[in-house]
Write a protein that binds this ligand. Sequence first.
Ligand SMILES: Cc1ncc(COP(=O)(O)O)c(C=O)c1O
Length: 487
Amino acid sequence: MDESQALPQYLSEGLIRTSLLIEPTLGVAYTSNVDDDIDNDNEVKKKNKNNSREKRVVLAHNFRATCLDIKEPDELTAGKEYVVDVIGRYTQRWVERRNHNLGYPVNLDVDYDALDEVQRFALNNCGDPFIESNYGVQSMDFEIGVLDWFARLWDINNHEYWGYITNGGTEGNLHGILVGYQLVKVPLREMFPDGILYTSKESHYSIFKAAHMYRMECIIVETLVSGEIDCDDLRFRLLMNKDKPAIMNINLGTTIKGGIDDVDLVMKTLKECGFHRNQFYMHCDGALFGVMLPFLNQLSKITFKKPIDSISVSGHKFLGCPMPCGIEIVKIEHMNALSRNIEYISSRDATITGSRNGHAPIFLWYTLSCKGYRGIKKEVEKCLYNAHYLKARLNKAGVSVMLNELSNIVVFERPQDDEFIRHWQLACQGNIAHVVVMPNVTVEKLNSFVDDLVEKRSIWFKGGGNQPSCVANEIGKENCACSLHKL
Ligand SMILES: Cc1ncc(COP(=O)(O)O)c(C=O)c1O
């Protein structure tokens, strides 16, 4: 059989047969010269109108590289040599890749050697962490310790919240929105038809996924250049749907620009549109910034003293847990809408998944215990300081750049070369890219990144034929350094 016949159709049309690549490469998007757009539920439309060549996002499986065969172990070595060799090689690769990750928010500045012993146990926190289950190899004491730490951070008393350690920010979003969705259906609350989910167009795809999974009506709201929700547009849309309760998703930091929705303004808008407290539910998606914001600005503080109903953050981002995880906290009064007793686990089912990672709570508990509120605050301040440093250097180099207040995400013109993007593991969207300045991103690393970028730009734009893209639409003309907008 000819090889292309053996491939699924989506791989056979001129794409790379993945297993033929020799070295693993990262699954980042790349661009090619095509005319058509790709549309999906998340309204992802990638058409570069300013460049001469049209860009299209091609999904990551074009790049997915090698497959590591699982070999039958031979009798003498029981497969150990092969395994040790493979892990050794991958460890080297991960160390190198770790040193060049600037685009994805992972804190690599944490040492977990003290927890080596923990991996010997099959820890599973299935069920409600606040109810003792029959399975004893669990870490729920640690889990509740972490939840109490966050309850204090976000100003809610221990007896007023419910929560759990999730598999990541996405699961927290799925949970928070589900609670809101169930809640507005509970007759005791209001005899309204199903609620509508409102979220800005720059929300993370997990929010749209929740709408899709729960078959909710989702209204997508415009954003300002900063990435934060446009409350004028929100007002317009709320007024058109006054008869249905609102499930509001608030972005505490959008993925690409770090735009922070103004909780107070959203609340004011809801109120002015006639939505009483029992006609809206407010979930905050704080994946990265939900941990940072409480340390930054008292005025825009994230606190359950405001009419916030649930907050979700990722645990592997700012806190650097080595396995994906997250924290979800909900006002306890809402939980009856969701939970059911389950005899098999002798617990209550109030979470999205069944079995849950029992190691993650220990790693989180360990980090928080070692760093404390003071240590985290220092890290947050360092990140913001270094983000400003990066912005200043890029500015000086004539690169279009934007940095939102209270953000560590530096947004700038998309580098022209995919190899460069992959080398520094930059996250890109259309004409822009970003660096997330995490605690492990030092000034030296930023210097070496900027030096590399400046050198490459002198090659890309040599002779003036090829010009940097205009990014005024994406980051504002005051931040754009294209030939039209630069002073
Ligand atoms: C704003 C926002 N929400 C949610 C998520 C999803 O978090 P996780 O990857 O932990 O599921 C992300 C991840 O980047 C994010 O940026």
